[in-house]
Each structure stands twice: as C-alpha cells, then as structure tokens.
Design a protein around this ligand. Structure first.
Ligand code: BGC
Length: 450
C-alpha cells in the first residue's frame, strides 16, 4: 500500500479536529434560539468540546502506549460517529452537551494520536511534511465548517445537520483505519520485530525495509511492562517535556483561537459595517490558514522546524502590534480596512510556524518508551490553555479593551520567540531514534542551523 494513502486516511483525525472545533460558531446562534441559552450556557455549549478534549488527551497516551496506535484510532472513529449523531439528534440540552463532550474526547485523543502515528510511519526525510498533513487537515476542517455553517444557515434543523455531518469523516476514518498497518515503531518497542517488518513491507520499497528495521528500538518492553510515568520527570525525557508543555501553552496564549473564534466580532468592532462582509472576511482568514499551512509543509523539511517557528513568531508579533495600535487609535475608516489584512497575516504567520511545528515537534522529541504519555501531557496543556483563553478573552476585552488584549498576546509571543531561540532543538533530517540519542546525549547534537 502506498504510504501516502496511509497518511491521508490517518490525517482524517485532523479534519475532524478542525471541523468539530470550528462548527460551533455557526451553530451557536440557532442553539441559542432553540434552547433559550443565556450567555453562561452559550459559554458552556462552546467549551464542552474543550473540556472533553482535555480529558481525551489525558487518557490517550497511556492507552496508545499500551494497546497500540491503530486500535485507539479505530476507537476514536467510533467516538466521533457516536458524538456527532448523539448531538445531532439531541432532544434536550443535556443530551446535546453530552454529545459535544464525547466529540471533545475524540478530538483530544485524535489531536495527539494522529501526529504520533504519522511521525512513526513517515520516512525521516519527509516527516515534517507528512506529520503536518495533520495540521493541514485541521485548517481544512475549520474552513469546511465555516462553509457548511454558511450554506446551512437557512435550512430547517440546521444545527442538527451542522453537528451531525461530522459523522461522515468519522465513518471514513474508521473504515479506512481497518485496512491500515500498526505503527512499526510501536510494534518494535513491544519486541514484535516480525510484525514491525510486515508493517514496513506494506509502506516502504523492498530495499528500505531492513535498514529501517535495524534502526528501530527493540529493547523497550521485553519484560512486558511499561516504563513508569515518573520517567518523564527525569533523565532524557525532561527536556522534551519542558519544550512540549511550553510550546503547547504558547500556541494558545498567543491568541490564535480567540482570533479564529471571534473573528467576525473583531471585524465588526473595528467598524466593518455588515455582518455578511465580516463572515466572508472570516472565511478568507480560514483560507489563508489553509494556504500558509501548505507552504509550511513544503518548507519544514528544507528550512527546518526552528527557522519556521522563529519567522512565524516574529511575524505574529509584528501583526499583533499593528492590530493593537489600530484599535488604540480608534475604529471605523482605515482601521476597519487594515484589520482584515492584519488578522489574515497574523493567522498566516501562525500557520507557517506555531500551528504545524508544535504538533510536529511533540511527535518527534519524546523517547519512544514514553512518547505517548509525553505527548498526552503536552496535549492536555494545549487544550487546557485553549479552554482558559477562550473563557478569559471576552471579559479581558470588556475590562481592558481590544487594543490591550492584542498587546498581551504580542508580549506572550515575544516570550515564545525567546524560548524557542534559547531552548527548542532542531529535529529536521534525523530519524526519531537519532533524535532520541541526541537528546540523551549519546551522540553529539548537530548545530541548529545545519
Ligand atoms: C491548534 C488549534 C487551532 C488550529 C488553527 C492548531 O494547531 O492546536 O488550537 O485552532 O491550529 O489552525
């Protein structure tokens, strides 16, 4: 089987992540009407997914270290279907919230397991592009959700269709995954070398199989026991944990989701007069997100992860300062006009750096023995920060104004830039085993710019 097909099926997890997080913005006005939701319950309806995702991400690592990547992705496909159909058919608010929380659990698991699986099946020289298929699908899912919301706005039972349609990619993920191989790296770590060879045979040219097999770590689970969680706090896993958690938090506290979730409101408050222009501008921003992610996929294996992260963060800082200045000096007129390209450029810079690189790096830097659990912790930090920022942003804007909110994001982006400059390792062009050896100090680290 062509391994790119394997990657395409697996990255449907990313599409569902994007679709199911994006779809709520267009469904919310109708939910508000049908269930008579006040502001507090609207917040609950929006964040049910984020709470579920935090829980899902927390459990996914240990479970996928124990049962393998493939079986857990199959289970995720079923969860996506159940959650989507449950929320679409919901007769009462409680059922709707439960359905959204189930979808959230599925998103949380998929958010870490899709990049993990992709990184473990990808050849090292193409790993950046392949793993970032996940981020590409996330952005595509967000864009599709905007378009579906827009197209269904006038239909009867519209929110039911909006939420229920997520079952379709869920089903394709489940059926597709039935035919895909288990991660050869996980199999080798289990001591199942023959099964690892068989998995590689399905995805590589014949002459590539034995050299790659020789590189895989087969010394990890001979006694059938997992390495304990505490191994993450000391030794070679400690630095990856610091990098993973810090980048997780930085990815969220620099404002991406407030900009994506509240874009129409930002455009309106800048003085853009019509709601439909502002929705269209939001779809444009979603498109920029997709296009710049494609650019990142092309560059990651050439320019390296650090360079893209630093350029992306640099651009985000500039655009956030422009936005802060714009809102500080009044609204309407030129501020309104300037807001659209500035927001689009900010999202574009996120899409070439922090967006794909965070999920890619956390799939690369943890030692295999604790990879699932290390990624879990970083993903929990990501979803938890997303949840907090989503809750804090509206009161922050109300209390301090939009300009100050953007300034806060700019300052946090500067912190992310300095952290990356000082601490984040380059992983480009090395196998996962070489990265592990390098971080353990078993081999000399190559210079960052090499
Ligand atoms: C982030 C999401 C965000 C998306 C936007 C992902 O990498 O984790 O929180 O909504 O990028 O493209």
């Amino acid at each position: 089987m062509k391994f790119i097909l394997v990657a395409a099926v697996a990255s449907l997890g990313g599409l569902l992540f994007g679709y199911d997080t994006g779809v709520i913005s267009g469904a919310l006005p109708f939910l508000k009407h049908d269930f008579a939701l006040g502001p507090r319950m609207q917040g609950v309806a929006t964040s049910a997914v984020l709470v579920g995702a935090t829980l899902g991400a927390a459990g996914a690592g240990a479970v996928s270290d124990m049962f393998g990547r493939r079986r857990v992705i199959l289970f995720v496909g079923l969860l996506f279907i159940a959650g989507a159909l449950g929320s679409a058919a919901a007769p009462a608010l409680s059922v709707l919230l439960a359905g959204r929380a189930v979808v959230g659990v599925a998103i949380g698991i998929a958010s870490m397991l899709t990049p993990l699986y992709l990184s473990e099946i990808a050849p090292k020289e193409r790993r950046g592009g392949i793993v970032s298929l996940n981020q590409f699908c996330i952005t595509l899912g967000i864009l599709v959700s905007y378009l579906v919301d827009y197209a269904l706005a006038g239909a009867t039972d519209n929110w039911r269709w909006m939420l229920g349609l997520g079952a379709v990619p869920g089903l394709v993920l489940f059926l597709g995954m039935l035919t895909l191989p288990e991660s050869p790296r996980w199999l080798a770590g289990e001591g199942r070398t023959e099964a690892a060879r068989a998995a590689l045979v399905r995805m590589r040219r014949p002459d590539e199989v034995e050299p790659e097999l020789a590189e895989l770590r087969t010394d990890l689970r001979h006694d059938g026991r997992l390495v304990p969680w505490s191994a993450l706090l000391s030794g070679p896993a400690r630095k990856p944990l610091i990098v993973g958690v810090a980048l997780a938090v930085f990815q969220q506290v620099t404002g991406i989701n407030t900009v994506l979730y509240y874009a129409p409101a930002i455009f309106l408050s800048a003085g853009l007069s019509s709601a439909s222009v502002s929705i269209l501008a939001t779809a444009g921003v979603g498109l920029v997100n997709v296009i710049m992610t494609v650019v990142a996929m092309r560059l990651l294996d050439v320019a390296g992860r650090r360079a893209l992260l630093l350029w992306g963060l640099g651009g985000m800082i500039v655009m956030l300062l422009v936005l802060a200045a714009g809102f500080a000096f009044g609204n309407g007129g030129w501020v309104a006009l300037m807001t659209i390209p500035s927001v689009a450029a900010y999202v574009g810079f996120f899409a070439i750096g922090l967006g794909p690189v965070f999920w890619l790096l956390i799939s690369e830097i943890f030692p295999l023995a604790v990879r699932g659990r290390g990624m879990s912790i970083a993903s929990v930090a990501n979803w938890g920060s997303n949840f907090i920022v989503t809750l804090v942003f509206p009161p922050l804007v109300a209390a301090l104004g939009t300009a100050t909110a953007f300034l806060v994001f700019a300052v946090l982006s500067v912190a992310a830039f300095v952290f990356t400059w000082q601490i984040v390792p380059e992983t480009n062009g090395r196998s996962l085993e070489e990265i592990e050896a390098q971080l353990e100090g078993r081999v000399q680290a190559a210079p960052y710019h090499a």
